[in-house]
Design a protein around this ligand. Structure first.
Ligand code: PGA
Length: 255
């Protein structure tokens, strides 16, 4: 099977940007620009922005996602948000294991796995992030690390549940730095993630999984990145905060 069998997904990751009213305004600006997309279009926004974002996106092809999810159903977890809470307000996607969560909020491969299971068990589509640091790359550990993180994240995920998993390969050194992986590096990294899936679930299943690239993807480089056989769209940070830039990336992916 080939790239054509996979659905490309362009997902914005707004991180800690935009208030609810700003979110609504940006989505209203984006809606007409991405209406003709031939890929899935998702915006993952801060928790408090979700109701305004869902309302603004109504009737459009934009789906709304959250930037994290807790793995317990409820309880004494101050500051956390459960699957049921997200379901009730119209969330369809969740980002899990972003490198900023791993770096600043003690996220581990184990908690990434627990969150992934919670997300798919609750019927969300999970965008699971993996990626090597510059030091790991320079030491030659990129393949080992990506395969390890991918397999750890997917522990106990069934082949059927894998239909609701998107892997986002995001080299940590390329996130928010303006340094993009070359298209070949992105293709190779995505290929390592897909190979890890193949090692556990077999080739046929692995070929159907959407694997995004993320890390300084923008209006200028998207075309080349998404043309690569293993790159099924992208997870976009900075450029997803600008309607015009985001729509150019969506269009590049819709060709
Ligand atoms: P960036 O962020 O596009 O700003 O590099 C990507 C991400 O962190 O998902």
């Amino acid at each position: 099977m080939k790239k054509e069998v996979r659905r490309a997904v362009i997902a914005g990751n707004w991180k800690m940007n935009k208030t609810p009213s700003e979110a609504a305004a940006l989505i209203n600006e984006m809606k007409p620009l991405v209406a003709d997309a031939d890929c899935d279009v998702v915006l993952c926004v801060p928790f408090v922005d979700i109701p305004a974002a869902v309302e603004a996106a109504k009737g459009s092809n934009i789906k709304i996602g959250a930037e994290n999810i807790h793995f317990k159903e409820s309880g004494a977890y101050t500051g956390e948000i459960s699957a049921a809470m997200l379901k009730e307000i119209g969330v369809e996607y969740v980002v899990i294991g972003h490198s900023e969560r791993r770096q600043y909020f003690a996220e581990t491969d184990q908690t990434v796995n627990l969150r992934t299971l919670a997300a798919v068990n609750a019927g969300f589509k999970a965008i699971v992030c993996v990626g090597e640091t510059l030091e790991q790359r320079e030491l030659g550990y990129t393949e080992t690390l990506l395969k390890y993180q991918t397999k750890m994240a997917l522990t106990n995920v069934t082949a059927d549940q894998l239909k609701n998993i998107i892997i986002a390969y995001e080299p940590v050194w390329a996130i928010g730095t303006g340094v993009t992986a070359t298209a070949d590096q992105a293709d190779e990294g995505n290929g390592f993630c897909r190979a890890a899936i193949a090692e556990v679930y077999g080739n046929d299943v692995a070929e159907t999984v959407t694997v995004q690239y993320g890390g300084s993807m923008n209006a200028k480089n998207a075309d080349e990145l998404v043309s690569k056989v293993n790159v099924d769209g992208g997870l976009i940070g900075g450029a997803s905060l600008k309607a015009e830039d985001f729509s150019i990336i969506v269009k590049a992916t819709s060709k």
